[in-house]
Ligand binder design. Structure first.
Ligand code: D41
Length: 668
């Protein structure tokens, strides 16, 4: 019996070790992660039940080790230095000049340029190619032994592969929690009422500081190399860039964004490019690092205090900043939705001054435990609307409770909040001036009737001056009525009148969209037009008919029926048609050219000539379906710049890959 338990444990250990070799060293796993996890679990259970068979080199330990009382200290044999900073192109130029002067060098210097990952610096010590110790940077001189934790990080090899590996080799790099994994982890934590993290950096730090490595093993951490410490009995290239490539060849992870640049100009170009790429990178970065590439020159330059003279970080504008919540306003949207908006002490964040941020709904205020007067952390990532991420704990007594109104701040109608729905709505409908304004703005917007010159401010004035009450009234406006308005001169007024007249020539999908029927966006409007072919048929459609249209479900169908049934809407619709709005007839589907009928496309990476949404619509207009993920059913993957995992998957599956130029060609 015992003999067979021992055999079972030993066989399982051997099998897992084979999987480890296949996974980490050969990069060719032969089992799924789930199966691997099951085997580890079985082994652990056996070892727990039969402690007499535990062994210090069991693979169960490298997936999560014993629970520690504290971390032991590790003195770094070579100090882990820190990085100086530059904050502008001028300071970068000064940094480069200083180096050239010290080197008495007039030639252009090569720099290895790396993204500055926002994580935790660690050191990995390999002896005879085997990972034997991992330590945090600590204060640079002494760190903490986090070997058990680090061994659970999936992309860190336990054994290096390849030739000419130095006998002792210390690899340095950053541990991060990739952004997607961070969000997934937090969502899961919130759903289970467990502790969530404020940002990926804290998540990485908190996970690495666990005394129980079984907990770390469940955290989605990743490591990326940025340099070397000890190198004993082995020789390496004399270029930092080449050394990083060598680490990669031995199986160590390296970010894809490492490049070689020449001079301050090259470095700055890399900075601008990386800043642009920042929103699509899988990990958070807070800047870029420039390093003199030639190791001999690095040694000649040496260091000052605790930073090397041959390297510096160039920080990106902060994406998070602290400010005060001065007040909360309640905005009324097109469909009556009441949105609380934070009025903030202006703060410079992510490259712009932010003084307002949406709070979305009452639940969000509750979640943030927000009070007026609170110090708050705001965040604005590139091209993303600013948001409040958290309220900082401060003396609450001087702060004021945020009171959600019960009547509309614009028209005083009652506000209703449907149970289980986060959104509160003004019940005033088109009696409410705010909803009327929004409906007219929406009607005039680019995607809908596209009336040039009819921006938000003009619509607000027109409604406030009682010149218009609904979209149809726009068509009765005269230049004389417009000219007295603020910031409106003769020329502008005449231009606007011309634009209003011109918009009468439109398409059915655009006209349907402009009506502002709830839940009917561009795609639905197009599907409705293609299915019903004319407005009359759609007006008289019942729920059953509507459900036959692509992407139309119960709720959308109900909104559409309700819209056309409403008296006021019927009147406005008739008035609009009476102004002479018209569109080309839509041919039945069979006659229409649908050259991409049934083809499934996936878009990935950044497109430069159009945005992804435009590409999606253009493809759909030709009959294609656009999906979010690559599978065997995918016909084409369109790969823009910096395409990532979807492109890799498409290559693996042998799917036809188009670049942007080929897409443009196809569409034309
Ligand atoms: O990605 C990083 N966070 C990063 C950090 C990097 N790419 N390179 C780095 N290089 C250094 C020197 C030049 C001093 C070896 C670093 C760091 N240091 C560093 N990280 C934390 C403290 C210092």
């Amino acid at each position: 019996m015992n003999q067979s338990i021992a055999q079972k444990i030993s066989a399982l250990r051997q099998e897992i070790q084979t999987h480890n070799l296949n996974y980490y060293t050969l990069d060719a796993p032969t089992v799924t992660d789930a199966e691997y996890d099951r085997q580890i679990k079985t082994l652990r259970e056996l070892e727990e039940k039969y402690p007499e068979y535990t062994s210090p080199d069991s693979p169960s330990l490298s997936v999560g080790g014993p629970v520690l009382d504290n971390f032991s200290k590790v003195a770094h044999e070579l100090p882990m230095l820190s990085l100086g900073n530059v904050y502008s192109e001028e300071e970068l130029a000064e940094f480069v000049e200083r180096i050239q002067k010290q080197l008495k060098n007039t030639q252009v210097l090569s720099f290895c340029v790396e993204p500055k990952l926002d994580g935790l610096a660690i050191s990995l010590l390999y002896e005879q190619g085997k990972l034997i110790r991992a330590a945090t940077r600590g204060d640079g001189a002494v760190g903490e032994d986090v070997t058990y934790n680090v061994k659970t990080i999936k992309n860190i090899p336990h054994i290096l592969k390849g030739d000419n590996i130095p006998e002792r080799l210390e690899v340095r790099g950053e541990v991060v929690m990739p952004i997607a994994e961070f969000h997934a982890f937090n969502q899961h934590a919130i759903a289970n009422e467990a502790k969530s993290f404020v940002n990926p950096r804290n998540a990485a730090a908190g996970s690495l500081r666990q005394l129980d490595s079984n907990i770390t093993a469940q955290r989605p951490l990743a490591f990326y190399s940025y340099g070397l410490g000890i190198i004993e009995n082995g020789s390496l290239a004399n270029s930092h860039y080449q050394r990083l490539q060598q680490l990669k060849a031995w199986g160590l992870p390296l970010t894809e964004e490492v490049t070689l640049e020449t001079g301050a100009l090259g470095c700055f170009e890399a900075y601008t490019q990386l800043l642009q790429k920042r929103p699509i990178l899988p990990y958070e970065i807070d800047g870029i690092v420039y390093k003199v590439d030639d190791i001999a020159l690095q040694e000649q330059l040496g260091f000052i205090a605790r930073s090397p003279r041959w390297a510096t970080a160039h920080k990106f504008p902060a994406q998070e900043e602290q400010t005060r919540l001065l007040d909360v306003e309640f905005q009324v949207g097109r469909t009556g939705a009441i949105t609380p908006v934070a009025i903030l002490q202006p703060a410079f964040v992510g490259g712009v001054t932010v003084s307002r941020a949406s709070l979305h709904n009452a639940d969000e205020i509750k979640r943030l435990n927000l009070k007026i007067g609170n110090t708050v952390v705001i965040r604005r990532a590139a091209d993303v609307i600013p948001q409040i991420v958290r309220a900082l704990p401060d003396a609450q007594e001087k702060n004021r409770e945020i009171i959600f109104p019960t009547t509309c701040p614009v028209c005083d109608s009652e506000i209703e909040r449907i149970e289980d729905e986060a959104i509160a709505r003004c019940t005033g409908g088109l009696y409410c001036a705010a909803q009327r304004k929004e409906a007219i703005k929406y009607f005039a917007s680019r995607k809908a009737m596209n009336i040039d010159g009819l921006g938000e401010k003009v619509v607000e004035q027109l409604v406030d001056e009682n010149l218009i009450h609904n979209p149809a009234d726009l068509f009765n406006l005269t230049a004389e009525q417009l000219i007295p308005l603020e910031r409106m001169a003769d020329k502008k007024a005449n231009k606007l009148i011309a634009a209003i007249t011109q918009c009468k020539n439109t398409t059915l999908p655009k006209f349907l969209l402009s009506l502002g029927i709830r839940e009917v966006g561009e795609a639905t409007a197009r599907n409705l037009a293609n299915y019903f072919l004319n407005l009359e048929a759609l007006k008289h459609a019942n729920i059953e008919d509507l459900l036959k249209v692509d992407d139309v479900g119960d709720i959308v169908a109900q909104h559409i029926v309700a819209f056309f049934r409403q008296k006021h809407n019927q009147e406005v619709l008739q008035a609009l048609l009476d102004t002479g709005i018209h569109w080309p007839e839509i041919k039945a589907k069979e006659q229409q050219a649908q050259p991409l009928e049934g083809k499934i496309f996936v878009l990935t990476g950044t497109l430069t000539q159009m945005d992804r949404n435009e590409a999606k619509q253009a493809l759909q207009a030709l009959g294609a379906k656009v999906s979010g993920s690559v599978s065997k059913k995918t016909d084409y993957v369109v790969a823009g710049e910096a395409a990532g995992s979807k492109l890799t998957k498409a290559q693996e599956l042998g799917i036809t890959i188009l670049d942007e130029a080929e897409l443009v060609n196809l569409l034309s």
